[in-house]
Design a binder for this molecule. Structure first.
Ligand code: FE
Length: 263
């Protein structure tokens, strides 16, 4: 399996704090069946700044050490980029990283709302031939309340990454409900761990896929897994499986919300 959103690099953010943490996380990932991990340290979130060059350097050193330690996991460089006014300039200055050298970029919105500049930003990123993936939309209060807002962002070219812990209840019942509603409405393209440690914010990727298989069916599990591979290989995502009856109802509610808003 491939995990496209993790905080496994040591000492860069609120994820792994040192090499021992990184090693434990890599071992836990391997035990969970993960072979490729994209490291996505926080960038420009007001607390952490991790420009591209620093991340690249860490990744090559950590891969050497993991190989020496015999851990069968490869780490690729990425970044979790917070929406901020300087984002496009930072891209042109070479400070931003896509995921594993692909055209996909992992974009984080604030938890409270969708930033005003989001729609314009998505447009500008598409002009640059970048494919923005919105990190954990289920944890954004505005989307959790009005999932139709995510439809609008997807229409502007965004993709959505669901976090394993949201599906499994680690962030509480409300987020869990929003998480499944988004998945069952066909608004989610990828599932990943956003792992920060080996404990409460561990990987749980196989557990989440198992839950998806049970609730949404095997084609959805295969779809999410295929798309994660597409990020690593820089291919377009697969075609979405058929949305079930319950998901269809949720989707209809969203579409009627959109129609009402535009009408
Ligand atoms: Fe994250």
């Amino acid at each position: 399996m491939i995990d496209i959103h993790t905080h496994i690099l040591p000492g860069l953010d609120d994820g792994a704090s040192d090499w021992n943490d990184t090693l434990s996380m890599a071992r836990a990932a391997a035990a969970d069946g993960i072979s490729t991990i994209i490291a996505t340290p926080h960038h420009a979130n007001g607390r952490y700044d991790n420009p591209a060059a620093a991340i690249r350097e860490h990744v090559s050193r950590i891969n050497e050490r993991l190989a020496e330690a015999g851990v069968p996991v490869t780490i690729a460089a990425g970044q979790e980029i917070r929406v901020h006014d300087d984002l496009l300039d930072a891209w042109h200055r070479g400070e931003l990283l896509t995921l594993a050298g692909s055209d996909y970029v992992l974009i984080e919105m604030p938890f409270s709302h969708i930033p005003k500049q989001m729609e314009e930003l998505l447009h500008e990123l598409s002009v640059l031939n970048l494919r923005p993936i919105i990190a954990h939309p289920e944890r954004n209060a505005e989307i959790a309340k009005r999932p139709g807002r995510l439809v609008e962002l997807i229409e502007l070219g965004a993709y959505a990454q669901m976090t394993t812990h949201s599906l499994l209840g680690g962030f509480g019942r409300q987020i869990q409900r929003a998480a499944w509603e988004l998945c069952e409405s066909g608004l989610v393209h990828l599932v990943s761990s956003d792992a920060h440690d080996t404990g409460r914010r561990g990987f749980c990727l196989s557990e989440a896929y198992e839950a998806i298989r049970a609730r949404q069916g095997e084609p959805w599990e295969a779809y999410y897994k295929y798309n994660a591979r597409c990020v690593a290989d820089n291919n377009p995502f697969g075609s979405r499986p058929v949305v079930s009856r319950s998901g269809d109802n949720a989707l209809r509610r969203m579409i009627s919300y959109l129609t009402g808003r535009r009408g």
